[in-house]
Design a protein around this ligand. Sequence first.
Ligand code: ADP
Ligand code: ADP
Ligand code: ZN
Length: 216
Amino acid sequence: MNLLLMGPPGAGKGTQSKRLEGVFGLVQLSTGDMLRAAVKSGSDLGRKAQAIMERGDLVPDDLIIDMISARIEEPDCANGFILDGFPRTVPQAEALAVMLAEKGGKLDHVIELAVDDDAMVQRITGRYTCAGCGQGYHDEFEKPATEGVCDKCGGTEFTRRADDTEDTVRNRLNAYHEQTAPILAYYKEQGVLKDVDGMADIDAVTDQLKGVIGGA
Ligand code: ADP
Ligand code: ADP
Ligand code: ZN
């Protein structure tokens, strides 16, 4: 089974993908995480992407399409995946359809996390991640049980993304509405688009997603 979670920055795509991975035995494919790893490694792709990401603009389609088409060929994707952050433009969505058709696969569910833009600034500026295991947290909405200690791995070091600032978020929200939201119409026409209330609390969103996806 292949899933696609859609929604602006802060909608909860990463948080929910990580939860669904375990429930359905799927692997999360976050193009944002892949690009941040490329930047950290100093690869060719990373050097091309870094300044673009810091501004909150979109990295060119050809770079993203090459990156994801290589990734979905890896053995851990054979059981299915959850796309988080890709596709983000109509050409990316069209390229994905070709890739999947070549593999004899398809998107089983495309789910939009419907949220209010105004609330996304607060979600993004309060977001942080465990440096040890990657578990996501929020200053107000998803705190670890013991302050400063990761629930999952006991780690005490946390990181914040360089692009999670108020200014950049506004640019990323604009990019979403201008370049990414048109994809919703593309999937709607194909009859695969469903939506879930992304403003509910985190557990309630997970329950809604399980209901839409079914089978678990
Ligand atoms: P995305 O991957 O769509 O950009 P994240 O999953 O990283 O979004 O969520 C952004 C921030 O908001 C994180 O700090 C997360 O803990 C928090 N968050 C996610 N879903 C919710 C929710 N339903 N209610 C409140 N906060 C949330
Ligand atoms: P968020 O979870 O907040 O929506 P991501 O981690 O998905 O953000 O993406 C961070 C940045 O990486 C984006 O602002 C963009 O610069 C780049 N990026 C990630 N995925 C794509 C993509 N599919 N196409 C173009 N740029 C991308
Ligand atoms: Zn951790």
